[in-house]
Design a protein around this ligand. Structure first.
Ligand SMILES: [Fe+2]
Ligand SMILES: [Fe+2]
Length: 198
């Protein structure tokens, strides 16, 4: 692609993507995550109402949490964004980035509980773990949007934000490559879901 091909209306310095910068990228990912959480909440209500367990939905959720939430989004924050802030004096072992890292770990815990409940076909535990994941992640996203991102814009200068944006793109490309290696035939999960619903 020609440099600047996607950013013509924004000027030459925005050659990387149609979004404005790294924070806008993360905000967009947060919107996707919140939409998925809405679906999880709806599906949990169905589970609680003793309707049939739609295993394909939960399998897709677990894959989304692995590939998108942890593999892409948390990776951008933990490997690139948080260290950039810590280079400006934020303590790595306490303070906002430490508590956000801890919440990522806790979301991993609830993901594992969902996985275990699904394997045991335990609806009560599944709904409880999903509810905890939804509550934790919504609060986490709100904290990042309202506290962390304004801090990023205050601490990082435009060159650092540009560099972070480029690093995000490289990380996303690496993540796509890994996903293609692990899942070389896209749509398999969707096909299973379609077959189950047919
Ligand atoms: Fe986060
Ligand atoms: Fe986030």
């Amino acid at each position: 692609m020609e440099p600047g091909a996607m950013g013509g209306t924004l000027g030459g310095s925005f050659a990387w993507a149609s979004t404005d910068g790294p924070i806008e990228v993360l905000l967009g990912e947060h919107r996707t995550i919140l939409q998925v959480l809405d679906e999880v909440e709806r599906e949990s209500r169905r589970v609680e109402a003793e309707q049939a367990l739609r295993e394909a939905f939960w399998a897709d959720l677990l894959r989304f949490l692995d590939e998108f939430d942890a593999g892409l989004h948390h990776a951008k924050e933990e490997r690139l964004l948080f260290p950039a802030l810590e280079a400006h004096g934020l303590a790595a072992d306490h303070g906002p980035t430490a508590s956000l890292r801890d919440e990522h770990l806790r979301s991993r815990f609830w993901q594992q509980r969902i996985d275990a409940a699904l394997r045991e076909r335990d609806r009560n535990r599944l709904a409880a773990a999903a509810g905890n994941l939804v509550d934790l992640t919504r609060a986490h996203v709100l904290k990042e949007n309202q506290i962390l991102f304004p801090l990023v814009k205050r601490l990082l200068d435009p060159d650092e934000l540009d560099r972070l944006h480029r690093e995000f793109r490289l990380l996303a490309a690496d993540q796509r490559l890994r996903t293609w290696i692990r899942f070389p035939y896209p749509g398999t999960a969707g096909a299973e879901a379609g077959a189950a619903g047919a």
